[in-house]
Design a protein around this ligand. Structure first.
Ligand code: ADP
Ligand code: MG
Length: 366
């Protein structure tokens, strides 16, 4: 059983300042796994709670398969919910936790005890905890507890699965492992799923589509490739992975950092202040005197498999990733090429950039 979820112009105000959500609209297809990604306070949990029925919106509609869901009480809405802090019942065993949603149904709708036991065994196998049914939550690791929480959410055969930062309290390695595991589980079970996270890597790796949220609004909806490669706003670029953010002045389509022409827009952008974003792996360094902007190394540090170098170009400072075998002493003069960067005019949409025109006034400032 899998349903489409329609969130239509949903707003929520708690009456204390800016609304938590303003006019949020989103269509989730049956069996789709959608990540809601955004910084803390951007309204992710509020949206999830509204879909679950734990909160009423100030306005707007929520539909399951085209039918109004807001008038359906929480218990009847068919939601499986997993929170960040594994809200397992501490005095119940793992098996009792998983069975809870079924045992607490009214008698007429409750499966027989034999059916409940069999379903619990199936679910524990699904989350790879077959032999853990008799344990108590305190006897499990954090990752195991979250798998129990997921089994418990799945026990009621939910129409929609809502996961609010389910791996937020786990350490990085366990998070990664559970992320892949959840994706596989989703591919097998096919529940329509809304997954909240503030971790862009998690959203990109896990989701069919990513909804990037900021300050109660949707900034962009797209596939992981869309939001990473074609961010529509400066906020999305800044949020999707590591990048250098350079304040520039745009004059005749050329982005200036101080008096240095650092990039040129591929499409018309209005003159005025702008923001140039570039990712460290989209910057190439060359020997001093070769084609490129004139830059000077300010710092470097080891960063996983690569070396990350900080370079001053005009008034801008940007980061570049290079092979760790390459030595670039501090103070070294280098040529800098921005292979791919995006320029955002003040509050405007982003455009890709190309190399700046040569011999702009002040181009070779360093
Ligand atoms: P996120 O999950 O993205 O961190 P939330 O949905 O929890 O964001 O919160 C969005 C905004 O709504 C925040 O400014 C938060 O303070 C506010 N908010 C959330 N829940 C309540 C509440 N019960 N009462 C008042 N304000 C709330
Ligand atoms: Mg939250």
């Amino acid at each position: 059983m899998t349903v489409a979820v329609t969130i239509d112009q949903v707003g929520k105000s708690f009456g204390n300042g800016a609304p938590a959500l303003s006019n949020v609209s989103l269509d989730v297809k049956p069996s789709e796994l959608v990540a809601l990604l955004g910084p803390s306070g951007s309204g992710k949990t509020t949206l999830l709670r509204i879909v679950a029925g734990l909160e009423q919106p100030s306005h707007g509609r929520v539909l399951f398969d085209g039918h109004d869901a807001l008038s359906v009480p929480v218990r009847r809405r068919g939601i499986g919910f997993v929170f960040q802090n594994y809200a397992l019942f501490r005095h119940m065993t793992v098996a009792e936790n998983v069975a809870f949603g079924l045992r607490s149904r009214p008698r007429a709708e409750r499966p027989s005890e034999a059916e409940i036991r069999s379903r619990v065994a199936d679910l524990l196998a699904l989350v790879q905890l077959e032999s853990f049914g008799g344990r108590f939550p305190a006897q499990l690791s954090g990752g195991q507890r979250q798998r129990v929480a997921l089994a418990r959410a799945l026990a009621i055969e939910p129409k929609v699965l809502l996961l609010d930062e389910p791996f937020g309290a786990l350490d990085a390695l366990v998070r990664k492992e559970l992320r892949r595991w959840l994706r596989e589980l989703h591919d097998r079970t096919g529940h329509t799923t809304l997954f909240v996270t503030h971790d862009q890597e998690e959203a990109l790796e896990l989701a069919d589509r990513v909804v990037v949220m900021g300050k109660g609004k949707i900034e962009q909806i797209g596939t992981p490739d869309d939001v990473y490669d074609r961010p529509e706003t400066a906020a999305v670029f800044g949020f999707m992975g590591e990048s250098s953010r350079i304040e520039v002045d745009v004059k005749n389509g050329v982005a200036l950092a101080g008096s240095t022409a650092i990039a040129a827009a591929t499409l018309a952008v209005p003159d005025g202040p702008g923001l140039l974003y570039v990712r460290p792996h989209d910057v190439t360094l060359g020997l001093h005197g070769t084609a490129g902007l004139k830059g000077q190394v300010r710092a470097f540090r080891r960063h996983g498999a690569i070396r990350r170098v900080e370079i001053a170009v005009g008034t801008a400072v940007l980061e570049a990733d290079i092979a760790p075998t390459v030595r670039v002493p501090i103070g070294e003069k280098v040529a800098v090429r921005l292979d791919r960067a995006r320029l955002f005019a003040s509050d405007g949409p982003g455009v890709d950039t190309k190399a700046p025109p040569a011999h702009q006034p002040g181009d070779y400032a360093i």
